[in-house]
Design a protein around this ligand. Structure first.
Ligand SMILES: *[C@@H]1O[C@H](CO)[C@@H](O)[C@H](O)[C@H]1NC(C)=O
Length: 374
């Protein structure tokens, strides 16, 4: 009897993987290729430790220039007050926090909350929060317990709200949920099974209505409006691309591919010139690309008794690193900054350019990075 070809391929893939894991080395198939023109400089970044917290996913400065503020894995939003005063608690997205004292406890995230994207409304200093489990929320300039604005869409509870941007002229918020099936703590399952239930949505502040702009996205992630608000970008992590949705002009309502990237894009943040910094969670090697393109193999991998750590090791190409890419308003690559060996920075999630510095967050690091641009 002939062996089922899928089974054969799976067996082959598994043999390759087991060799990689057994020897703790990275093969050329797993290791992401080098990016042309990249500069290996991010290891020079300064770091600011979080005290008793990890995973500063998004960073935001308030309208007075104070901060940054960041959401961490235990559900708190912290504010940096400089080296003298350090970090202080600013806000929370859940009122049920009595068991939320572990810095990293993914199984508690649906109770404690997990703030991801943060953005200030420059007009009134309100902080908008995309909480992975508790939806879109807002808290006033003095912080405290945030108020939920959107917790369900089309009659279904939001399962994985991720990021947002605010159009202050129109009083609308563009936001993403990465999946309607998977939770944040299951993000590897979403990627490996090539789940396509992510969405880009719009929240109208005055009517409180939500409309869906794009469906079927493969892990909708970071969101950024263009400087002139003519389009909004959304990172599609699993397919390693950024989608542009036109809001104004002759193409309004249409979307296209803004750019393809050499890894999984996380948040996108615009600088004062209108350029975009994209943080990659990791670059992608040939093997992971093949697995994503053949989602039956990813689904098979997920059925095997592999730990989160092993699956993540595979996803990120076997070597922790950091990659930040600057794009023009037209989507051309202007700069690539990396920490190739992950000496200082790893698995970065956001790059915020401000006064000649890059402020860098990560879903896994216990600190933020600050890189001086020349
Ligand atoms: C930051 O944390 C690291 C690791 O725990 C520690 O080695 C380092 O001394 C800390 N830095 C400061 C300035 O506290």
């Amino acid at each position: 009897m002939a062996m089922n070809p899928k089974l054969l391929l799976t067996a082959t893939a598994l043999a390759v993987l087991s060799v990689i894991w057994a020897f703790g080395t990275t093969s050329n198939m797993l290791r992401p290729p080098a990016i042309e023109g990249s500069r290996d400089l991010l290891h020079k970044a300064d770091t600011v430790n979080l005290t008793g917290a990890v995973g500063p996913e998004s960073l935001a400065f308030d309208p007075n220039g104070e901060g940054p503020y960041t959401g961490v894995a235990d559900g708190r939003i912290l504010k940096w007050q400089g080296h003298q005063l350090g970090w202080v608690d600013f806000a929370v997205t859940s009122s049920q926090r009595k068991d939320c004292f572990h810095p990293f406890a993914p199984h508690m995230e649906h109770i404690c909350g997990r703030p991801l994207g943060l953005r200030f409304d420059r007009k009134n200093g309100d902080l908008y929060i995309a909480d992975a489990y508790l939806g879109l929320q807002v808290v006033g300039p003095t912080g405290g317990l945030a108020t939920p604005l959107v917790t369900e869409v089309e009659g279904a509870v939001l399962r994985f709200t991720n990021d947002m941007d605010i159009d202050e002229h129109e009083d609308t918020i563009y936001f993403t949920d990465s999946s309607t099936v998977f939770l944040r703590r299951q993000f590897i399952s979403s990627v490996l099974s090539a789940d396509r239930t992510g969405r880009l949505m719009k929240y109208d502040k005055s009517t409180k209505e939500v409309s869906i702009l794009l469906r079927g996205l493969a892990f909708a992630n970071g969101v950024s409006l263009s400087k002139d608000q003519s389009f909004v970008l959304v990172a599609e992590s699993t397919t390693c691309r950024i989608v542009r949705f036109w809001l104004r002009g002759p193409n309004a309502g249409k979307h296209d591919t803004f750019t393809e990237l050499p890894g999984f894009p996380d948040n996108i943040r615009r600088n004062s010139k209108g350029e975009f910094w994209v943080a990659l969670h990791a670059k992608t090697g040939l093997l992971i690309k093949w697995v994503i393109a053949n989602s039956w193999s990813g689904k098979t991998l997920l059925k095997l008794p592999l730990s989160f750590k092993q699956l993540h090791h595979f996803l990120v190409g076997g070597q922790a690193h950091a990659t930040a890419i600057k794009l023009s308003e037209e989507g051309e690559v202007l700069d690539v900054l990396e920490d190739l060996d992950g000496k200082t920075l790893r698995f970065i999630s956001e790059v915020e350019e401000r006064n000649g510095k890059l402020w860098i967050g990560s879903v896994l690091m216990p600190f933020i990075g600050i890189y001086n641009l020349d």
